[in-house]
Unconditional design. Structure first.
Length: 149
C-alpha cells in the first residue's frame, strides 16, 4: 500500500480541503459570484466570501488576520483595472496585497497564499476559475502552518 504524503500539520494532502477567504468588491467579484450561483456554475465550496464596498477598502491587517485565524489562503478580488467605481481602489488593493506578500516573505511564510485578482461583474465563469485556481494553488502549498485544529 502506498503511503499518503503528509504535510507539516499532519493532514494527508489528498484529504486537504483548503480554507480560503476571499475579500470581494461588491461591484465585480461579489456580483460575479452571485451570477455564478444563478448560472449554477460550480466552484469549490471552501471559499468564504467577504463583501467589501470596494477592494480598496481591504487592509493589510485583514489579510494577515485571516491567515492568523487559520485560513490557508487569502485573496482579494477587485474590478478590472481602470474600472473601479472609486477610481483608484483596485490599485490601492493591489499595492496592499503586494505589501502583505513582502511582509510574509520577510517572516518566511509562503507569499503565494495571498493573491489579488481582477474581474468584472459579468465574469461569472472567470470567478469560478479563479476559485479553482486559488484552491489548487493552496492545495499544492499544503495547510497553513498557522492552521488551528
Ligand atoms: S469598486 Fe470594485 S474595486 Fe473599487
Amino acid at each position: 500500500m502506498e503511503a499518503k504524503e503528509v504535510d507539516k500539520a499532519h493532514v494527508a494532502v489528498d484529504d486537504f480541503d483548503p480554507k480560503i477567504v476571499a475579500f470581494c468588491c461588491n461591484y465585480c467579484a461579489y456580483a460575479a459570484a452571485d451570477l455564478a450561483g444563478s448560472m449554477r456554475l460550480s466552484y469549490p465550496p471552501n471559499v468564504k466570501v467577504i463583501r467589501l464596498p470596494c477592494s480598496g477598502k481591504v487592509e493589510i491587517t485583514y489579510l494577515l488576520r485571516a491567515l492568523e485565524d487559520g485560513a490557508d489562503g487569502v485573496m482579494v478580488a477587485g474590478c478590472l483595472e481602470g474600472d473601479c467605481h472609486f477610481m483608484e481602489g483596485n490599485y490601492r488593493a493591489k499595492r496592499k496585497v503586494r505589501h502583505a506578500k513582502r511582509l510574509l516573505e520577510e517572516i518566511g511564510f509562503e507569499s503565494g497564499r495571498v493573491e489579488m485578482f481582477n474581474l468584472s461583474s459579468a465574469m461569472a465563469g472567470r470567478f469560478a476559475e479563479i476559485m479553482e485556481e486559488m484552491t489548487e494553488r493552496i492545495r499544492k502549498l499544503g495547510p497553513s502552518p498557522l492552521r488551528k485544529g
